[in-house]
Design a protein around this ligand. Structure first.
Ligand code: PGA
Ligand code: ZN
Length: 373
């Protein structure tokens, strides 16, 4: 239906492959540059990010193999980073927005085990809370309500932010982790923004378009939530072109403000947001920018501005685990890879458990140094 990858594969076989054949796979920057130059567009639309990123990642793996180094270590070398940092995981346990079949407008409600002292412990705390949440949802909304959305979070028939936040607070309490697990929200506001207004009922055919909110009204809601609930970050609180609204909000709240659609992992947009103080955290999605070298550059820029880095999967995700290694190698410190369900989500968390085990005493867990704590 027009969304296949046969064109990307053709480009890999016939254009990119011949151009990089025989090159040294440890020279990631040189190979990425060959592909970027071959493409020649600012958004990689000629060869496609699908083709370029696939090769960029394959080259990275080949480079690690040639050096006989673990992938995360090789990525650390490429970025000039020696600290192998296990991230604070942010588990997306309630799915709404365009990721689910309920009427809930905000897209992601995450639990963040800030009280954990290792990645392994964070996994256990997240998992226990996820299962308590399942019980609560089934008791309140019935068995069917515990079906999961695109990122493995539950997708019960909720309609407001408060419905979701109250459920999370109860699940965290039932699991015995009050104060040790906090909450992150990604409303993905561009999805419910139309003609200058926000529609929190956009998915409900009976209520859509009837109670629209201005950016200021939305800010009022967010501020109220930040006071009432243990929220540690807001991602994309406004639609993606609202740099100045982001700036006002960032100055007014005491938690992290994450730029995803706002930044698109794009150095030009990141530089603007740094200058305008629009957010304090880069959401790193390697397939938004399309190569490993440019992802390293995006992280470098963000770190230079003293921002946090939240590495991220995509809702349409593969079983590949590269995300786990890049999160550790670039010392991102925070990661979102969905709920503790669906193997394309768990694959990354499992790889991180393996890395933590392999590094042993040499690993550091971001928990103790993350602003989220
Ligand atoms: P996407 O969602 O992969 O569908 O863009 C993830 C997010 O918004 O963070
Ligand atoms: Zn997002």
């Amino acid at each position: 239906m027009g969304k296949g990858v046969s064109k990307a594969i053709d480009n890999i076989k016939n254009v990119i492959g011949p151009a990089i054949q025989g090159k040294d796979p440890t020279d990631q920057a040189a190979i990425d540059k060959v592909m970027i130059d071959l493409d020649g567009t600012s958004d990689k639309s000629k060869l496609g990010a699908n083709a370029i990123l696939a090769i960029s990642i394959a080259v990275c793996r080949a480079g690690a193999a040639a050096k006989k180094a673990p992938l995360y270590k090789h990525l650390g070398d490429l970025a000039g980073n020696t600290e192998m940092l296990l991230p604070m995981p942010c588990f997306n346990v309630i799915n709404g927005g365009v990721h689910s079949g309920n009427y809930l407008a905000p897209q992601e409600f995450m639990i963040v085990p800030v009280g954990a002292s290792s990645f392994k412990e964070a996994m256990q705390m997240g998992s226990e809370t996820y299962h308590h949440l399942k019980k609560l949802i089934q008791a309140k909304y019935g068995l069917k309500a515990a079906n999961v959305g695109d990122e493995g979070g539950f997708s019960p028939p909720l309609s407001t932010f408060e419905d979701a936040l109250d459920l999370l607070v109860s699940a965290i309490k039932d699991a015995g982790y009050t104060d040790k697990i906090k909450i992150g929200i990604d409303p993905a506001s561009s999805e419910f923004f139309k003609n200058g207004m926000y529609d929190l009922n956009f998915k409900d055919p009976d209520r859509a378009g009837k109670e629209l909110l201005s950016a200021e009204e939305l800010a009022g809601l967010y501020t109220k939530f930040a006071q009432k609930y243990p929220i540690v970050f807001f991602e994309d609180p406004y639609e993606e072109e609202s740099f100045s609204e982001f700036t006002k909000f960032t100055a007014s709240v005491d938690c992290q403000v994450v730029g995803d659609d706002l930044l698109c992992t794009n150095p030009t947009r990141i530089k603007r947001a740094i200058k305008e103080k629009s957010c304090t955290t880069l959401l790193l999605k390697v397939n938004q920018i399309g190569s490993i070298t440019e992802s390293i550059e995006a992280v470098r820029l963000a770190k230079e501005a003293k921002w946090r880095i939240l590495a991220s999967h995509r809702s349409g995700e593969t079983e590949d685990t590269f995300l786990a290694d890049i999160t550790v190698g670039l010392a991102c410190g925070q990661l979102k890879s969905g709920a503790l369900a669906r193997s394309e989500r768990l694959a990354k968390y499992n790889q991180l458990l393996r890395i933590e085990e392999e590094l042993g005493a040499k690993s550091t867990f971001a928990g103790q140094q993350s602003r989220l704590v």
